[in-house]
Design a protein around this ligand. Structure first.
Ligand code: PMP
Length: 352
């Protein structure tokens, strides 16, 4: 606290990102990064963009990147918005589309940046409890609301909703914006992007941090009909004209164009996820069914915080949330098969 702070600052509870420590021989399974590097073509594009042209500002509208995304998903470039990581795209969406007189709805167990944005932007929110089995039941979202945001698959549970459920939600809320945060959709879920054609209230948000392995570069995007994209642009141009630098625009476009690398790496991650799930279940863990690049698991005989600490002592990092209902769970990012073996070996040591 300082007397120089503006009133809102002292009320904030900032989001706490997973740690990025320097530990030797570390197995880092705590922030859902991709264990395989970005597309070699993206790295080449990044190297070529690192040139004298960096003295010039980048294209403020990132047109080439937006055209690449548009081609990939069969939409128009003016139905695509890009930002500095999907966190920034989300932040703009909260201001541009999710702040209304009636409350914003989102799950009680979900991406913990959502309540943080609500506090920062003064948005009233109602958190809708997940069902007993930790899934989202869209029937629970039928109350009066100003807007809805859901991750699909949800985080940190990894549980996905079928496209039919998203469509029902859109039909039941024709007058409210519905934002679907598809950060983890490429690991087995079904994207709602095709529904943006038919539903003017739908905005879908993606990131290059997970399935495109570019968390270090900070690129995210949103797809929706023109009026929704216009709203995001109005906020962006009231905040930062150049959120994506030249290097990021070039690297992101090349990463999205490399479909072969994308398919090969996400396939490997999905296979490893099934092996890891089996290995954990055979050791007595309950593992929620995941469509993401992580699993959410708990052991009936072991405290989640203790397991996390034990793993850390063995240089294996996972994420633990000291929150009601989920404090016994570990969120474990899918690493390489060798990294997952290290995790299982460490758990065997801890659990005996
Ligand atoms: N949405 C969800 C559900 C996430 O888990 C994350 C990653 N922490 C993000 C969005 C943001 O990802 P990024 O800013 O790296 O695009």
């Amino acid at each position: 606290m300082s007397r120089f702070w503006s009133p809102v600052v002292s009320t904030l509870k900032p989001y706490v990102a997973g740690e990025q420590p320097r530990i030797e021989n570390l197995v880092k399974l705590n922030t859902n990064e991709n264990p395989y590097g970005p597309s070699p073509k993206a790295i080449l594009a990044i190297q070529s963009a690192t040139a004298d042209s960096l003295r010039l500002y980048p294209d403020p509208s990132a047109l080439t990147l937006r055209q690449t995304i548009a081609r990939t998903y069969g939409v128009d470039a003016d139905e695509v918005f890009v930002g500095n990581g999907s966190d920034e795209v989300l932040a703009h969406a909260f201001v541009a589309l999710l702040k209304h007189d009636l409350p914003l709805l989102f799950p009680d167990i979900t991406y913990s940046f959502y309540p943080t944005y609500c506090a920062l932007f003064g948005i009233e929110a109602t958190q809708v409890p997940l069902t007993q089995d930790f899934s989202i039941d869209i029937a629970d979202y039928n109350g009066p609301c100003g807007a809805i945001i859901l991750p699909n698959p949800n985080a940190p549970t990894g549980i996905g909703l079928p496209l039919s459920a998203i469509e029902t939600l859109l039909q039941e809320h024709p007058d409210q914006p519905v934002v679907i945060d598809e950060a983890y959709i490429d690991f087995g879920g079904e994207s709602a992007i095709p529904l943006t054609r038919r539903y003017e209230n739908l905005l879908v948000i993606h990131t290059l941090s997970k399935s495109r392995s570019l968390a270090g570069m900070r690129v995210g995007y949103a797809i929706g009909q023109r009026p929704l994209i216009d709203a995001l642009e109005r906020v962006k141009d009231s905040f930062n004209s150049y959120p994506l630098d030249r290097v990021a625009q070039a690297g992101a476009a090349a990463a999205i164009e490399d479909a072969a690398w994308f398919d090969e790496t996400r396939q490997k991650i999905m296979e490893t996820r099934e092996h890891l799930t089996q290995a954990l279940r055979s050791r007595g863990f309950e593992v929620l069914p995941s469509q993401a690049n992580f699993v959410f698991a708990r052991h009936p005989g072991h405290d989640g915080a203790d397991l996390t600490r034990g793993l850390r002592e063995r240089a294996v990092l996972v994420r633990h949330f000291a929150k009601p209902r989920i404090s016994d769970f570990l969120r474990i990012t899918i690493g390489t098969p060798a990294e997952c073996d290290r995790l299982i070996g460490a758990l065997d040591e801890i659990c005996g």
